[in-house]
Design a protein around this ligand. Structure first.
Ligand code: SF4
Ligand code: SF4
Length: 144
């Protein structure tokens, strides 16, 4: 795959991450922030996500250590602490918001694109035009 195709693929993913906001607010009510899980890449991010209560959440099993500085914050017991009643994210503009929040539900790993099957936008084929173009560009797309 050439640099031009890689750049187009990245631009396409960014475009769809931007466009999905309407689906999130009007049709989904934040399923990923209510029932999903988020990877926190370092302690600063973990403290922001737990309102400085990381020890408490680690002790009750809500947060589990993954590898290095990475921790998984599971929303099974309760919604994300930053999820607001109007469906918006309290820390939306915080630069230290977990990277996975900014990327979800599309993750690019080398030349493979993973899309979460858990996301209603994927279930309603919102990403289909993007997937077709990405495959034409030479990316592998995995729905998981
Ligand atoms: S699950 Fe998908 S559609 Fe729902 S809020 Fe998350 S990204 Fe948006
Ligand atoms: S930090 Fe915001 S975007 Fe991330 S899971 Fe919580 S409410 Fe959702």
């Amino acid at each position: 795959m050439n640099d031009k195709n890689i750049a187009r693929g990245n631009a396409l993913i960014a475009e769809y991450r931007n466009k999905i906001g309407d689906v999130c607010l009007n049709y989904c009510d934040g399923k990923c922030c209510n029932h999903g899980n988020i990877v926190c890449e370092n302690l600063k991010v973990l403290n922001i996500m737990t309102n400085n209560n990381s020890k408490k959440y680690i002790a009750d099993g809500t947060v589990t250590h993954m590898q290095g500085s990475f921790h998984n914050f599971n929303f099974e017991k309760h919604t994300c602490l930053n999820f607001m009643k109007d469906g918006k994210c309290k820390i939306y503009n915080n630069v230290d918001k977990p990277k996975s929040c900014n990327q979800y539900p599309i993750y690019l790993r080398y030349r493979t694109i993973f899309i979460s099957s858990f996301c209603p936008a994927q279930q309603t084929k919102f990403f289909d035009p993007m997937i077709l173009e990405l495959e034409d560009l030479g990316f592998k797309v995995v729905i998981q």
